[in-house]
Design a protein around this ligand. Structure first.
Ligand code: NAG
Length: 326
């Protein structure tokens, strides 16, 4: 078995196992020492060329990573209720975990979910900060009927959003993760959105624009329901994966639990991308949790960081990612 064949095991193991423990002190030290190196090496004003990089880079949402208490149960639920396909599945007994990738199309072009099962852990705390995933469908009523027939739990019956016309519904998966079903005539990829709650929307928007080159495609303020949401993406609203950030008036903190882990985004240059993130975390908060570089034992280059609320993102080298899929 060559290194290429074991790469996906190790990358997944690395990403999901380090995320669980939070930041090791070593990672924090790395972040600190790198920060001071940056300060020495860079003139007072950050290079504008560098700060433009995230907008020029080839970025794409690759997958969302989270933990489940029974891999086969979730695979069955997602394939039967949502119509997802099982794309990859790995069991790594020597490391006591297994994982599975599911989505509506090949990973080369679709945003997918990566489920992690840690041997013996049958449930997780989702926390109050994680919101939901969203699936677009041309007929929410029909999909809900189908999911109910398969034994799924509907937590909001289908119907138009309050004060609007878009038909939505909410479904809970067997671990308690919420999936919003949203009516759309057509879509580039049914799994198109992840919603996270944040404590300061302006700060988050600034952070994701600068650190990741995301653009706000839409904001919605609903004073009557005391929330504001922003949708961020790398393309037009109906043609790209979206990160939905929700601010509930007056709520500045949420619990993270230990279930949801992170989002992975592709980049053409992990090193340059990490330099930008370093500069942005100095300005707006958050921190690098893993300096850019190849994962030991394999060649996939990554860097990971937390946003000011503590939500984690992993940037993965585009070419290395494609090699893993071979
Ligand atoms: C639906 O909810 C009930 C009660 O919480 C739970 O026992 C059951 O496992 C859920 N079903 C699915 C498919 O998630």
């Amino acid at each position: 078995m060559g290194p290429r064949r074991i790469a996906p095991f190790l990358l997944s193991f690395f990403l999901t196992h380090t995320a669980f423990a939070g930041d090791t002190s070593r990672a924090s030290l790395e972040a600190i020492s790198s920060t001071s190196n940056m300060a020495e090496a860079t003139p007072v004003a950050p290079s504008s060329e560098l700060l433009e990089w995230p907008k020029k880079d080839k970025r794409r949402f690759l997958h969302a990573v989270y933990r489940v208490g029974d891999l086969d149960r979730t695979i069955e639920f997602y394939t039967e209720c949502f119509g997802m396909k099982l794309l990859r599945k790995r069991d790594v007994p020597e490391e006591k975990y297994a994982n599975a990738f599911l989505g509506f199309g090949p990973e080369e072009s679709h945003f997918v979910v990566e489920l992690t099962y840690n041997y013996g852990v049958t449930s997780y705390d989702i926390g109050t900060g994680f919101g939901h995933f969203a699936i677009a469908t041309p007929d929410v009523y029909k999909l809900v009927e189908h999911i109910r027939a398969k034994g799924g739990n509907i937590t909001r019956e289908p119907g138009p959003v309050k004060g609007g016309t878009t038909v939505i519904a909410f479904v809970k998966d067997p671990d308690g993760y919420v999936f919003a079903l949203i009516e759309r005539a057509s879509t580039h990829d049914p799994l198109y959105q992840v919603m996270l709650r944040v404590g300061d929307l302006e700060r988050s928007i600034k952070f994701y624009e600068k650190a990741l080159g995301l653009r706000v495609v839409k904001t919605v303020d609903k004073p009557e329901y005391k929330y504001t949401i922003a949708f961020l993406g790398y393309g037009e609203e109906h043609e790209t994966t979206l990160l939905e950030l929700t601010y509930n008036y007056g709520v500045t903190e949420y619990t993270k639990g230990n279930a949801y882990a992170q989002i992975a985004i592709g980049t053409d240059d992990v090193y340059k991308s990490a330099e930008v993130v370093n500069q942005v975390t100095n300005e707006l908060g958050g921190k690098i949790t893993r300096q850019a570089g190849p994962i030991p034992g394999i060649n996939t280059k990554i860097t990971s960081f937390l946003d000011p609320d503590g939500w984690k993102t992993v940037l993965v080298d585009n070419q290395d990612f494609l090699k893993e899929l071979e």
